[in-house]
Every structure is written in C-alpha cells, then in structure tokens.
Design a protein around this ligand. Structure first.
Ligand SMILES: [Zn+2]
Ligand SMILES: [Zn+2]
Length: 400
C-alpha cells in the first residue's frame, strides 16, 4: 500500500461519522487482517520525550482506535521500558536495585557510626554483680557462636535461656548496660529502627549480640574461666557468711519463681488464656510460695488453684479479667489449706516447661543439686548445707 493509500485509510477510519465499518475498510483496501486485529495496523503516536535508557529513542503510545480507546502509557519500542512508576523492565529493576544498594550502604554506615565497637571495653569480672556474672556465664553456655563472636539469647534451642521471655529481655538489657554484650553493627538492617533517619533504637530480639566485644577468642575463653572461678568462689564464700548466703538463696527463689510463673502460664493456656503475664499480685503470691514450698509442691498448688478458679469462673460465666483475678487468691488459699491438711504433693517437672539454661546451670553446676532441687524446699537445702560442709570444698548438695 502506498503512503497516500495509507493516509486515505486512516482518514476514512478516523472519520467521526464512521460511514464505513472496519470490515468494509478491510475489504475496500484488500487487507489481510481480521476486524478485531485491525488496530494493530494503526501507526503509534510518537512522543517528544526520549527513553531514559536508550539514546535518541522516542517514547511511543499505542494508537487511538476509532472508538476513542488508546494506550495511555508511553513506552520505549527498543527496550520495553514503560513510563509509569511501577515499570518492572530490566533497566528499571536494575536501577531500583542500585538505589536500594546505595540506601542500604548509607544505612549500614549510619549503624556503624552509631554502634561502633572500636572503643568498646568490657568490664572486669570482679566489677560485675553476682547476677550479671551468672547471666553472662549462662548466656555463654546457652548460645555463643562457635567462633565466640556472637551471643544468641533468643536462639531456638531445646530449652529457653530463661523460663520467661520477659526475663530473657531483662537479662539481655542488663548485660548490655554492663557492657558484656553489644549490638553488632553488622546485624541485619531490619534489627534497627530508622524511624527518624538515624538508627537510635534497635530491636533486642532481632539484633546479633556481640559477645565480650573487643576481646580476642583466647581472651574470651579466659574471661569465661574467670566467671567460673568467681562463681565457684561466691558459692564457697556463702558458707558461714549469712549475707552472702542470702544472695545465693535469693537466686534460688528468683529462678524458682520464674519457673512457677512459666507453669502457671502454661496452665492458663490450657483454659484458653494465652500470653497472660502474671500480674504484680500473682507474682508476689508465687514469691511467697517458693519461699515456703518446693517448686514441685508449688506446681501442685498452681494445678489445683487454676482448676478451682477456672471451674468457678466457668460455672458463674465470669468474664476474662474477672476469671484471672481469681487466680492469686486461689493460689494462696489452696497453699494454706493443702499445707494445713497435709495434702501437698511434689509434682515433677511438666513436659511443657522444659528446664531453662539458667535454671539448669544454677541448680546443676552452681549448687550441684541436679533435678533434686525440684522437690526440695530452699529452707531444707540451707539446713543441709549447714550440716553437710565437706572438707574438700565440694558443694554440700550431691556434687556433680
Ligand atoms: Zn529504551
Ligand atoms: Zn522501565
């Protein structure tokens, strides 16, 4: 078809009066096309803008049909780029990847400037409280990477670091403030909050924790040996030293109380109450119970008290908050009644509450009691110690 013929075809096609149908035009010009594909013969609209990726190639738009429908998107006939914000052509994807890489590098630089470990200094073992020495040692046992570089307090292990996630958070925060661990500036960028542009805050459970930053591998092992020695000495010093003894007893009760809270939470889960952290009143009741009874007996009390409270709440059709409010009072009354009537039994450890690394380390390694502590009252252990001191200094429990 000559250029003149083609222009004539276009003129007749775009005639607003539409004197001829598309089929008639196809027939008049002897075109080899079906009517529904006729629009593919129409010339594209050439725009003045050029493609950002191809030199001197003008963007185009699909031709307008006689019905008025035309392609609105400008595109490059050479590389397929479309002039829209969501274009996913190879060039746009590469450009976005590069922009992302640059942004990540900028963020990484910010993280490094905020969380540099170059000037980090770890504290002397002697300057750490007994709690911090124990926690640092437990964290090492729980999950320090093979190369001793990172500590992973939230790593999935068969057992948790501490019986309660809330307490893991407390341990991590305290060890960070004591400069035993630090956020690693090479952690995933998603571990930092760039809310205001600078990563002033981070997510403790997402960040990689550098363990004893600034020390070499050998120095870290020495540090851990010093922790061991100092913990062993702390236990030794409690013999005949009432104040020091109280510190150790305090740790016993603290860990037992965390384990009791864990069991209580699991019991409440059985009744459909999930993630119900024990309130202040409940914690204070449990603190009292672990002072008076063995952890096994406390678990018995928790089992009975939750059953009574939940049965009552169900019978009376009480709301959620009201039902939970019954728990602390029931714990206290059950404990008192069962003690007075001589009904207390020592439960074994519940399979849904695996012993935490903290508890295992403290009761196995520090006190040398093993699982026996579960059925032992703290007050009986104290009596045992007073009469069971050995000459060679092995712990007065059963030894490891
Ligand atoms: Zn192009
Ligand atoms: Zn594109």
């Amino acid at each position: 078809m000559s250029e003149d013929q083609f222009q004539d075809l276009l003129r007749r096609y775009y005639d607003p009066e539409k004197p001829e149908t598309v089929a008639q035009l196809i027939s008049a010009f002897s075109l080899d096309v079906i009517p529904s594909r006729f629009h593919t013969l129409l010339p594209p609209v050439i725009l003045s803008d050029t493609c950002p990726y191809c030199e001197d190639i003008h963007l185009q738009r699909k031709p307008r049909t006689r019905g008025g429908y035309g392609g609105q998107e400008a595109f490059c006939p050479n590389c397929g780029h479309r002039d829209v914000p969501y274009c996913a052509c190879p060039n746009c994807r590469a450009r976005a990847a590069e922009a992302r890489r640059r942004q990540e590098q900028a963020q990484r630089d910010l993280v490094h400037s905020c969380y540099s470990l170059a000037e980090w200094s770890v504290p002397e073992v002697d300057d750490l409280s007994l709690h911090l020495r124990l926690w640092a040692r437990v964290l090492f046992t729980h999950a320090v990477s093979e190369d001793l570089r990172l500590a992973l307090p939230y790593a999935a292990r068969q057992q948790p670091l501490s019986p309660l996630l809330r307490h893991v958070n407390d341990m991590v925060r305290a060890l960070f403030h004591a400069r035993v661990i630090a956020p690693d500036p090479d952690s995933s960028l998603s571990a930092f909050d760039f809310g205001e542009g600078t990563p002033e805050t981070f997510f403790p459970d997402r960040v990689d924790w550098a363990f004893l930053p600034g020390l070499s591998g050998g120095e870290k092992l020495d540090y851990v040996r010093k922790l061991d020695l100092s913990l062993a000495q702390a236990v030794e010093h409690t013999r005949g030293d009432a104040a020091a003894h109280d510190v150790l007893r305090g740790l016993w009760l603290e860990i037992a109380c965390l384990e009791a809270q864990d069991f209580l939470a699991k019991r409440l889960e059985e009744y459909g109450y999930h993630d119900e952290g024990a309130g202040t009143k409940t914690v204070s009741v449990l603190e009292d119970l672990v002072t008076r009874f063995s952890l096994g007996e406390v678990c018995h009390v928790i089992y009975i008290a939750t059953r009574n409270a939940m049965d009552y709440a169900h019978r009376k059709d009480l709301g959620r908050g009201h039902a939970l409010n019954l728990v602390p009072g029931n714990l206290e009354m059950t404990a008192n009644k069962y003690e007075a009537e001589g009904w207390l039994k020592a439960y074994g450890r519940n399979a849904r509450c695996p012993q935490s690394t903290l508890s295992a380390y403290f009761f196995d390694k520090i006190l040398g009691l093993g699982e026996e502590y579960f059925s032992m009252r703290a007050v009986d252990w104290e009596t045992d110690r007073e009469t069971g001191v050995t000459e060679d200094g092995t712990p007065a429990g059963r030894g490891t």
